[in-house]
Design a protein around this ligand. Structure first.
Ligand SMILES: NC(=O)c1ccc[n+]([C@@H]2O[C@H](COP(=O)([O-])OP(=O)(O)OC[C@H]3O[C@@H](n4cnc5c(N)ncnc54)[C@H](O)[C@@H]3O)[C@@H](O)[C@H]2O)c1
Length: 347
C-alpha cells in the first residue's frame, strides 16, 4: 500500500514530534515542511524533503494527501483554510483554534467536501482511555456518579520568559486542562455546566497558577478537577503515562471514576468493587488490575489519520467535537471571570 503523503506546517516543539513520528511510520510519508524559522528546521533531519517558508508556496508546488498544522494556536486558522481549499485532509493541533468564531470558519469550509479535520487531542488514542470509556459506558461501575482529577506540576521558570506565556490564553486552563476536559468528555459524555475559581499567589501574572473546576455532566455525574503549573506533585497525565520524554514519569494515577457499583483508578485501570453485592461500607473492598500498555499516542494518531484519509476508519474526533472541548474550556475561564456557574448550550 502506498504511504499517505503528509506535509507539516509549523515545526516547533510539537511539529518536530509529528515530523519524527511521520519519519518512523510505514503508513505515512513526509513530503514537505512549512517553517519560517531556520532554528526550528535545524533541529530536524530533512534531507531530501521540500521545505517552504509559507503555506501558499507549499500548495503552489505540491498536493499532499493530508496536512498536520502545528503552528501556534493563533496561526491555525489561515493554514487550515488554505489546506482545505487545496483539497487536503487535516490534523490540527489542539486547541483547534483560539475561539469558536474561528473554528466555525473551519467547519463551514468543510461543509460539502469529503475532507476530514482531526484535532490533536492525542490522549484519545491511548488504550487505557478507550478501555475506561468502554468500562464506564457499558455500566461496569454501575451509574457514573462522580469523577475527580488532578494535573499538578511545576513548569520551569524559563517557560514564562516570553510575555505571551504570562497571559491567560497561555495559562494552564487553556494550554493543559483542555486535554483533561476533552478526555473527560470522551470517557464520561458531555459536560453541561462548569464553575471554577483560580488563584495567582505564586507568579502574580494574568494567567492562573491554580484553578479548581466543578463540572456537571449530561448524565448527572459531578466532577472536580484541580490544576496547577506551579505545584510539584506526582499527579498529572504526563507523570502517569511517561508520554513526554522531558518529564520523568511517576506511574501515579491522576483520575478516579466513581460509580454506584465500583470505582476505577485511572489511567492505571485498577477496578475497585465491594466484596458484598450491596456494597455496604462494612465489607472489605477488593481490586483487580486491568491490563493496559502505554504506546506512542502520537504514532497511533498518525496511523488513524492515514486510515481516515484512505476511507478505512471514521474520525475519532471531528472539528465539531474539538470545538465543544474548546467551548467547555472557555466556559471555565468565563466562570472564573464572572464568579458564577456557566451553563453550556446543549450539544
Ligand atoms: N498535543 C499536545 O500535547 C501539544 C503540546 C504542546 C503544544 N500543542 C499545540 O501545538 C501548537 C504548537 O505549539 P508549540 O509548543 O509546538 O509551539 P512552538 O512555538 O514551539 O512552534 C510553533 C512553530 O510554528 C512556526 N510558525 C509560526 N507561524 C507559522 C506559520 N504561519 N507557518 C508555518 N510555521 C509557523 C514557528 O516558527 C515555530 O517553529 C499549539 O497549537 C499548541 O497548543 C499541543
Amino acid at each position: 500500500m502506498k504511504p499517505v503523503q503528509l506535509a507539516v506546517i509549523g515545526a516547533g516543539n510539537v511539529g518536530q514530534r509529528h515530523v519524527r513520528a511521520i519519519q518512523t511510520s510505514a503508513d505515512v510519508e513526509l513530503c514537505a515542511v512549512v517553517e519560517p524559522s531556520i532554528d526550528s528546521l535545524a533541529c530536524l533531519d530533512l534531507n531530501g524533503i521540500a521545505c517552504f517558508d509559507d503555506a501558499a508556496s507549499l500548495f503552489e508546488n505540491l498536493k499532499p494527501d493530508g496536512v498536520v498544522i502545528a503552528t501556534p494556536t493563533v496561526h491555525h486558522l489561515q493554514p487550515a483554510l488554505q489546506s482545505l481549499a487545496a483539497g487536503c485532509h487535516l490534523l490540527i493541533e489542539k486547541p483547534i483554534t483560539t475561539d469558536l468564531d474561528e473554528s466555525n470558519q473551519i467547519i463551514e469550509a468543510l461543509a460539502g467536501t469529503s475532507l476530514h479535520v482531526l484535532v490533536g487531542h492525542h490522549r484519545r488514542y491511548y488504550q487505557a482511555v478507550q478501555q475506561a470509556r468502554q468500562i464506564i459506558q457499558e455500566g461496569r461501575l454501575g451509574k457514573l456518579l462522580a469523577v475527580s482529577g488532578q494535573w499538578c506540576l511545576k513548569k520551569h521558570n524559563e517557560y514564562y520568559e516570553p510575555d505571551w506565556r504570562k497571559q491567560w490564553p497561555a495559562g494552564p486552563v487553556m494550554t493543559n486542562a483542555i486535554h483533561d476536559i476533552d478526555l473527560l468528555r470522551f470517557i464520561c459524555g458531555d459536560i453541561q455546566s462548569v464553575y471554577a475559581e483560580s488563584s495567582h499567589q505564586v507568579h502574580g501574572f494574568e494567567k492562573e497558577d491554580v484553578a479548581a473546576i466543578i463540572m456537571r455532566f449530561n448524565n448527572e455525574a459531578l466532577g472536580t478537577f484541580i490544576l496547577s503549573d506551579q505545584a510539584p506533585s506526582p499527579w498529572a497525565w504526563e507523570y502517569a503515562t511517561d508520554e513526554n520524554p522531558a518529564v520523568p514519569g511517576t506511574g501515579e494515577n491522576c483520575f478516579r471514576f466513581i460509580g454506584s457499583h465500583g470505582s476505577l483508578d485511572f489511567p492505571n485501570l485498577t477496578h475497585w468493587t465491594s466484596t458484598l453485592e450491596n456494597g455496604d461500607w462494612f465489607a472489605p473492598m477488593q481490586s483487580s488490575k486491568i491490563n493496559n500498555e502505554y504506546h506512542n499516542a502520537f504514532q497511533a494518531q498518525l496511523t488513524h489519520f492515514a486510515a481516515v484519509i484512505r476511507g478505512d476508519e471514521k474520525p475519532l474526533i471531528s472539528a465539531e467535537d474539538a470545538s465543544r472541548s474548546l467551548a467547555v474550556t472557555q466556559a471555565v475561564l468565563e466562570s472564573i471571570r464572572q464568579g458564577k456557574r456557566i451553563d453550556l448550550v446543549a450539544s
